[in-house]
Ligand binder design. Structure first.
Ligand code: IMP
Length: 428
């Protein structure tokens, strides 16, 4: 297998950063294909923690890292992140980090509009990360976005003045807020483009050449399947397509280039932001998962809502992404529970629902139907192969494989790169 896509199967925060960092060792190029700095990917190497929001998680393995055309990029945040990683001794220059000419640029008015909508009480609160992601994708679809190629263009100032005039009208007249100072904006973005210009490239051509040379490409998804703009719990979703099919669209390669797709599954479920969550726990077990799993958003620091694993969701993710394997993360967090519940279907009124419902009204009224398995007391964080796992842990894993009809390729038992059980190596 040479080209692999990694996606989240739940509502994000499944631990994709660690798995991408781990598997990047066996690849040549790592590409992010959607989202922006709403994501927060955490990697721990030799006890040191690294968090990236825009730079792909392959950077610590010294691989070529690409910001694909499907991403929306806040240039100020990217520059700060490059400096942060350089300070930590990570090599970053235009040889190892490339930005697609077609990636869209987050502007100050995107962030102002995101914050205004979330705070105004006039529109539905989504619980966004407030990073301007949705408004930037809106402008992309409305064909008035600014791409990196436009940022470098001599007409940048003229274009941005025209768009800002419209945004200022909206901010001032509708939200009664201060307007964006367009002269300051142009000055700031002029500085950004001077720093970032050397990184901007034609990614589709680059990737095609890499594939022809026999390079291995790893596609790093952000957020999760159920935050997908089409297939997630709309409108409580992010504004990009988070599923594996978008690895092609968001980077400029064709579907025949993809060989396998790994879905990252946290051993329980978490969610940040608003929206229904059938297996959410409001009791001591929910608190236990939140505390033991240190479930705080890597981007906003918000406490994550926690609940049992939901196989209705995972089966939905298997189908939507053509998952060839699963990577189960944070399994160690479940240690110490007397029993563990697995949601296998939903009860809705007098019906049994097996497929993830589209209607949020239905989903909001679904009661999870659980199967209960015995827990384990042991600390499994030092286990490195399946045989050493407690019997009950193996039974839990077997049940997840049976219900998802998908093999578990990797198991993560701690945040460190080495705290992993490699069951079937996706690249071997
Ligand atoms: P936005 O992507 O900032 O527009 O936020 C939309 C929804 O997606 C909110 O519920 C966020 O909490 C959620 N979201 C966005 N990015 C992430 C992520 O990386 N992990 C988990 N949730 C996210």
């Amino acid at each position: 297998m040479s080209n692999l896509v990694i996606v989240g199967t739940q509502w994000g925060d499944e631990g994709k950063g660690k798995i991408v960092d781990l598997l990047a060792e066996y690849s040549d190029v790592v590409v992010r294909f959607q989202g922006g700095n709403n994501a927060g990917h955490t990697m721990v190497v030799n006890g040191e923690q690294f968090i990236s929001h825009l730079v792909p998680s392959g950077i610590l393995q010294k691989k070529i890292c690409i910001i694909g055309n499907g991403m929306v990029v806040d240039p100020g945040v990217l520059i700060t992140e490059i400096d942060y990683l350089k300070e930590k001794g990570v090599k970053i220059d235009p040889e190892v980090l490339l930005i697609s000419q077609k990636a869209h640029v987050i502007m100050p008015y995107h962030k102002a509009i995101d914050a205004a909508r979330e705070g105004c009480g006039k529109s539905k609160k989504i619980g966004t990360t407030g990073r301007g992601i949705g408004p930037c994708y809106e402008d992309k679809a409305a064909r008035r976005g600014i791409r990196f190629i436009d940022l470098l263009d001599e007409d940048f100032e003229k274009n941005v003045r025209a768009v800002t005039e419209e945004k200022n009208f909206y901010l001032q007249s509708f939200h009664k807020l201060d307007t964006i100072d367009v002269d300051q904006l142009i000055k700031d973005y002029d500085g950004f483009r001077k720093i970032l210009a050397p990184y901007v490239a034609d990614i589709s051509v680059f990737l095609d050449n890499a594939v022809r040379k026999g390079n291995r490409i790893l596609f790093e998804g952000a957020q999760g399947t159920h935050l997908d703009i089409d297939h997630g719990t709309y409108p409580y979703v992010t504004s990009s397509s988070t599923i594996s099919g978008n690895a092609c669209c968001g980077s400029g390669i064709g579907p025949k280039r993809i060989d396998s797709v790994i879905g990252i599954v946290k051993a329980y479920t978490t969610r940040v932001g608003e929206g229904p969550f059938p297996t959410e726990l409001f009791d001591d077990t929910g608190d236990f998962l939140q505390k033991k799993g240190a479930e705080f958003g890597a981007t906003t620091g918000r406490k994550r809502r926690c609940g049992w694993i939901d196989m209705v969701m995972i089966k939905n993710a298997v189908r939507l992404n053509s998952l060839t394997g699963l990577a189960l993360t944070k399994l160690d967090v479940l240690g110490g529970l007397d029993e563990i519940r697995i949601c296998t279907s939903y009860a809705y009124k007098n019906q049994r629902i097996e497929d993830f419902p589209v209607s949020l009204n239905v989903l909001g009224e679904c009661e999870p139907v659980y199967e209960t398995v015995a827990g384990w007391e042991e600390d499994i964080s030092s286990v490195r192969n399946m045989e050493e796992l407690p019997d009950n842990t193996r039974k839990y894993l077997k049940r997840i494989e049976e219900l998802s009809e998908t093999p578990i390729d990797l198991i993560s038992v701690g945040p460190g790169r080495n705290e992993t059980i490699m069951v079937n190596h996706p690249f071997k």
